[in-house]
Design a protein around this ligand. Structure first.
Ligand SMILES: C[S@@+](CC[C@H](N)C(=O)[O-])C[C@H]1O[C@@H](n2cnc3c(N)ncnc32)[C@H](O)[C@@H]1O
Length: 214
């Protein structure tokens, strides 16, 4: 448990040129493309530790695939949940609960797109590994995962990219920007999805979100 105010954590999103704002632009760009690339039909989207949902909620209203999308945002902080709900998109459910438990995703699996942003910099390295290896339980074959992690010292991103490969994903993109510490990875599940197992703990969230922009 951290003492971070996870609502205030979002303030730099509103500061022009901030690392967080620039990271969001990359995430949204990848998300826009992932939505556009989906085959015709329904699109299930999940967001793990969704915060205020700025990535999805910033893209969905104007996206041509909006009518096809059903999304589940899982977030624990009540203020962030309230902000995400206030967007008022009827096809977006905000679940006020523990994103570290696979059970939280029971209503959306298998998903076509997963947002795992602001997570991998806040959980132990072993849990990053384990979460990546569990993701195929939450996804359909062909699904896209958009994830973030800082690449400051120690840089875990080379290991993360190799763990995605081991878990059956192909890399669609890895975005960084000179002078900034964020990275945005985009991976596609090319191996078969795996049977969903409820009741599994994926990770322990212990970072303060401040030491680095994840
Ligand atoms: C670093 S922020 C990232 C928020 C959002 N994904 C983004 O990138 O803007 C991490 C978020 O995870 C939430 N969180 C932490 N532990 C959680 C848990 N076990 N279940 C659900 N949400 C959690 C916090 O409340 C916070 O909003």
């Amino acid at each position: 448990m951290t003492t971070t105010d996870w609502s205030s954590w979002h303030h730099p999103y509103d500061e022009p040129g901030s690392s967080l704002q620039r990271r969001l632009a990359r995430v949204q760009s990848r998300l826009r493309q992932a939505l556009a690339d989906q085959p015709p039909g329904p699109i299930a989207v999940l967001s793990m530790c969704a915060g205020q949902g700025r990535d999805l909620l910033g893209v969905l209203p104007d996206h041509p695939r909006r009518p096809d999308v059903r999304a589940l945002l899982v977030e624990q902080d009540p203020q962030n949940v309230a902000v995400a709900e206030a967007a008022g998109l009827e096809q977006v459910t905000v679940h006020a609960g523990d994103a570290s438990l696979t059970t939280a995703y029971a209503g959306i699996v298998p998903a076509d797109i997963a947002l795992v942003c602001g997570v991998f910099g806040n959980i132990p390295d072993q849990h990053v590994h384990d979460t990546i290896h569990r993701l195929p339980q939450l996804l359909r074959t062909g699904a896209t995962v958009i994830w973030t992690r800082h690449h400051g010292d120690p840089d875990l991103t080379p290991a993360i990219r190799s763990w995605f490969g081991q878990a059956g994903f192909a890399e669609l993109g890895f975005d960084t920007e000179p002078g900034f510490r964020y990275s945005v990875g985009t991976h596609q599940l090319t191996a078969p999805g795996q049977p969903f197992e409820p009741g599994v703990t994926l990770f322990r969230f212990e970072g303060d979100g401040i030491a680095a922009y994840e």
